[in-house]
Design a protein around this ligand. Structure first.
Ligand code: KIV
Length: 271
């Protein structure tokens, strides 16, 4: 595996160059210091402090309940653990949809209070004024199209988006608007692989796919899903690299056994 550890910090410029030379961008979510330290050391290019923290860290059914303060707390922890990766943070539901001033204030709070390097917003032309205003303030913005979980109650289901022509055309219009506004990258979530390929080839900013096939410029997964911490969540797009749920459960059961049997702590494990 070749990870260029000479690079002091991944920047939007480096991500752009990676697209140009066909080098894939590896992105995972992170929500806390310990995980960010490991993922950064492994060589991830981008760490996303996703609002999926609402699901996997807080146990909510959707991403809607997480607050801006909570996102900032997670972002601060991740930034402390990441020395090389570019750290991008989701603007949570309700922190940017109102108007562009509210969006800018939320983005500024994230940048000022966490030290992150960019923000991510869900949506296309309907939020373009906010995207422009944030970028004008010097804050890098990543877009997010396709399945946008903050709109789950509009969609009603987590199935694949943009399968019909009208929605695919809307997505193509949205991605061009985001590029035109100055976004440095865009996440494409759960759309047909063919559409993701077409979109990726039609724009000069990198696309990062999740459930969007192999032709995006990069890939992202929710780290808890990828390491098998999320019980019973096995969508088709997910490759699970570890079964940490079982690993941690086994370890916890061994610990319980040792404590009950008065085997822990032993002579060497005391003062
Ligand atoms: O919040 C999140 O984890 C995300 C990824 C799924 C892209 O937005």
């Amino acid at each position: 595996m070749s990870v260029n550890k000479e690079i002091k910090r991944i920047t939007t410029h480096i991500l752009q160059e990676m697209k140009q030379r066909g080098e894939r961008i590896a992105m995972l979510t992170a929500y806390d210091y310990s995980m960010a330290t490991i993922l950064d050391d492994a060589g991830l290019d981008v760490l996303l402090v996703g609002d999926s923290a609402s699901n996997v860290m807080a146990g909510h059914e959707t991403t809607l309940p997480i607050t801006l303060d909570q996102m900032i707390y997670h972002a601060q922890s991740v930034v402390r653990g990441a020395t090389r990766a570019f750290v991008v943070v989701d603007l949570p539901f309700g922190s940017y949809q109102g108007n562009s001033k509210e969006a800018l204030n939320s983005a500024i709070r994230i940048m000022k209070e966490s030290g992150a390097h960019g923000v991510k917003l869900e949506g296309g032309v309907e939020i373009i004024e906010s995207v422009q205003r944030i970028i004008t303030a010097g804050i890098p913005v990543m877009g997010h199209l396709g399945l946008t979980p903050q709109s789950i109650y509009k969609f009603g289901t987590y199935t694949v988006r943009a399968k019909d022509e009208a929605e695919a055309n809307k997505l193509k219009t949205d991605v061009l608007a985001l590029q035109e506004a100055g976004c440095f990258s865009v996440v494409l979530e759960k759309i047909p692989a063919k559409l993701a390929k077409e979109v990726t080839e039609s724009i000069h900013i990198p696309t990062i796919g999740i459930g969007a096939g192999p032709d995006c410029d990069g890939q992202v997964l929710v780290v808890n899903d990828m390491i098998g911490l999320t019980k019973g969540f096995r969508p088709r797009f997910l490759r699970q690299y570890l079964d940490l749920y079982s690993g941690i459960k086994d370890a916890a059961q061994s610990y319980i056994k040792d404590v009950k049997a008065r085997d822990f702590p032993n002579e060497k494990e005391q003062y």
